[in-house]
Ligand binder design. Structure first.
Ligand SMILES: *Cc1c(COP(=O)(O)O)cnc(C)c1O
Length: 229
């Protein structure tokens, strides 16, 4: 068995175990394989183990891999910082963008989404701990942003995404994820129908599932350490 195959099995088992432990349906959590800086061959290996959703952080890298693997039925999720001069490429290739944090980007994605494709699925990125180093809208401004983007025709706002502060303290991890889950619950109570919480990475996946993650974004635990060059 290859390393990637082994890791995918291990994570699948861990997700199923978490779901059981926290009283959730196993089908309610989607594993997004974060393949940034790993070669197309690694993606193909995971694909051969039935993995279909892959996350990329860099526009150029996603485009190249999508081209190389064009014959495969892959859903590309863009999860990196997005500049407005790159929205057009992303709108053409991605099924999902997890990192929308301002109206201008959302507008451009909607305008540039090819009419031949289904609407682009979007998550609003929230800076739950107000870290200056991180992108994302603040919890305070989230409602206003959601209102302004929710009527755009060619994107569908599915939910919220966060990269909370890095901590090994599982209590803190859960508190931070709960901030995002709580925000979505409050928005839905006002009439929205958001169904996606994109939260949890290799180091905090269990806490994220405990707090309601529906997409976990896992890189290292599947593909190993990322090459630095
Ligand atoms: C790189 C990355 C991940 C995956 O992180 P790992 O710790 O390798 O699992 C998840 N989400 C985002 C936004 C990332 O940039």
């Amino acid at each position: 068995m290859s390393k990637i195959q082994h890791n995918l099995q291990t994570i699948g088992t861990e997700i199923a175990g978490d779901c059981q432990r926290f009283g959730r349906d196993a089908a309610s959590v989607t594993l997004l394989a974060v393949s940034k800086r790993h070669p197309a061959s690694a993606i193909r290996e995971a694909y051969d183990c039935d993995q279909r959703a892959f996350g990329e952080n860099y526009v150029q890298e996603m485009l190249e891999k999508a081209e190389q693997l064009g014959a495969l039925d892959i859903a590309w999720h863009f999860i990196g910082p997005l500049q407005s001069n790159k929205t057009k490429d992303v709108a053409k290739v991605a099924s999902w963008v997890h990192t929308v944090d301002r109206l201008k980007i959302a507008r451009r994605l909607s305008e540039q989404r090819p009419q031949t494709l289904a609407p682009l699925n979007v998550c609003l990125q929230v800076n739950v701990n107000n870290e200056t180093s991180k992108s994302g809208v603040s919890l305070d401004e989230l409602g206003e942003l959601l209102e302004s983007v929710s009527d755009l025709p060619n994107i569908t706002v599915r939910g919220l995404m966060a990269i909370p502060e890095a901590t090994n303290d599982t209590t803190r991890q859960r508190q931070n994820f709960r901030l995002l889950a709580g925000a979505m619950a409050r928005l839905n109570a006002t009439g929205y129908q958001l169904d996606t919480l994109s939260m949890g990475m290799s180091g905090d996946m269990d806490a994220a599932i405990a707090e309601g993650a529906t997409i976990v974004r896992i890189g290292t635990a599947i593909f190993g350490e990322r090459p630095t060059a």
